[in-house]
Design a protein around this ligand. Structure first.
Ligand SMILES: [Zn+2]
Length: 399
């Protein structure tokens, strides 16, 4: 198979070039060194080049690396080749080159840190998380690599779900860079709370949710957990009080708790309280979920006609497929057999449209999801996924 123009294998030629330049330098400078180079260089060069031309790059690498002494002039070449292999996904080759560098006892301190950092990245990419962790820890306090090493460590601890270490590392990262990490740390506490809930340690889950809010008071996830805790104690009024805080934390996520709040109002038989809450929240936020919930209350209290009128009024100022679908549903519930088929066809078309345009999206990378994720599965940032519809596209601020 012929090599492509940008194939890093071609860049292996850098190694023989470095060999030759070293040889020339030695010839100019040191006669004694010349003797040694004269014997070993040309043969290794030709041998390596032959392997390369015969498309045996592994053997070529071995010959070149063996022949090319690691000294301050050639370390950069080794590093460049290793990185190219890693970027190409050829982790084994990258690892071999970086391991070879580290094995050299007389490497300068900074070069040694660089090689360790590169090897750590090889292991990380290969999924050898324990080895990667140990090496990143070795360079975490080294000049130049601190921030990148901490970022990699955070990623490793997240993959391992070692939330305690993730929290400590994230704090350190925040101190080093001055960047906001509080909302990420709050998510880690929520992960621990979820874990505690799964193990039915509800007291711990509640404590962890409080801890999340103590580092980030806008953490909606923690508020949702605390509301659930109140519900476990059958305290619906307390649950409502807690969930209502979501509005001031992040109004975009208010829709996530509307059905929970509605169910708790209904459980305590306070239909008027529910209507008041929905109406006042709707005055502040043109949120579809609030409108649909209020439409249901109006239908229960005042009947189908009043609900239709309410939805119709809303649609005049907020045209949307979801609102139209609700209106058709109400019409269908009212209409007899006559004309029903047309409405059902229309409802089918609109439901299909909604399917394509409603859901969740990451405000950073645009990833679309059917359900709410606290960590974006694509860019892996935390708390960036928000409800999305054709009407709300682009309105969310970046975190
Ligand atoms: Zn994303």
């Amino acid at each position: 198979m012929p090599y492509k123009v940008m194939d890093p294998l071609w860049l292996l030629l850098l190694l023989p070039i470095a060999m030759v330049s070293g040889w020339v330098a030695a010839r100019l400078d040191q006669r004694s060194r010349l003797q040694h180079k004269r014997q070993s260089f040309p043969q290794a060069y030709i041998e390596g080049l032959n392997f390369l031309l015969n498309e045996q790059p592994d053997k070529a690498i071995e010959v070149f690396i063996k022949a090319l002494e690691v000294d301050p002039e050639t370390v950069e070449t080794h590093l460049a080749i290793g990185n190219l292999f890693r970027r190409r996904g050829e982790i084994e080759r990258a690892t071999r080159i970086h391991q070879n560098l580290i094995a050299r006892p007389h490497l300068e301190k900074l070069q040694r840190y660089q090689a360790l950092f590169e090897l750590a990245q090889d292991y990380h990419k290969a999924g050898l998380l324990d080895r990667a962790e140990n090496l990143f820890l070795e360079v975490v306090d080294a000049p130049l690599h601190g921030e990148a090493a901490l970022n990699n460590l955070v990623d490793i601890y997240q993959q391992e779900k070692d939330w305690n270490k993730a929290i400590q590392t994230c704090k350190k990262l925040g101190r080093l860079t001055g960047d906001r990490t509080d909302y990420v740390i709050a998510q880690y506490y929520c992960e621990q709370a979820d874990q505690a809930e799964a193990e039915q340690d509800y007291e711990l889950a509640e404590n962890l949710a409080h801890r999340a809010l103590s580092v980030d008071k806008t953490c909606v996830r923690a508020t949702m957990l605390l509301g659930k805790a109140a519900l476990r104690s059958n305290d619906h009024l307390e649950a409502i009080k807690i969930w209502r805080k979501v509005e001031s934390q992040d109004p975009h996520l208010l829709g996530e708790v509307v059905s929970l709040i509605a169910a708790s109002f209904t459980a305590v038989g306070d239909e008027s309280g529910l209507q008041m809450f929905l109406q006042s929240a709707l005055n502040r936020h043109s949120d579809m979920t609030l409108m649909l919930a209020l439409g249901e209350v109006i239908e229960r209290k005042e009947g189908n006609k009043a609900a239709q009128q309410f939805v119709l009024d809303w649609l005049r100022s907020h045209p949307s497929a979801a609102g139209l679908e609700r209106l058709i549903e109400l019409r269908l519930a009212e209409t007899g057999a006559h004309g029903q088929r047309d409405l059902e066809i229309l409802k089918g078309i609109i439901s299909g449209l909604i399917e394509q345009h409603v859901g969740y999206a990451c405000s950073r990378c645009g990833f679309r999801a059917k359900s709410l994720h606290w960590q974006c599965p694509s860019c892996r940032r935390w708390a960036t996924i928000k409800p999305f519809s054709a009407n709300t596209e682009g309105q969310y601020a970046e975190r």
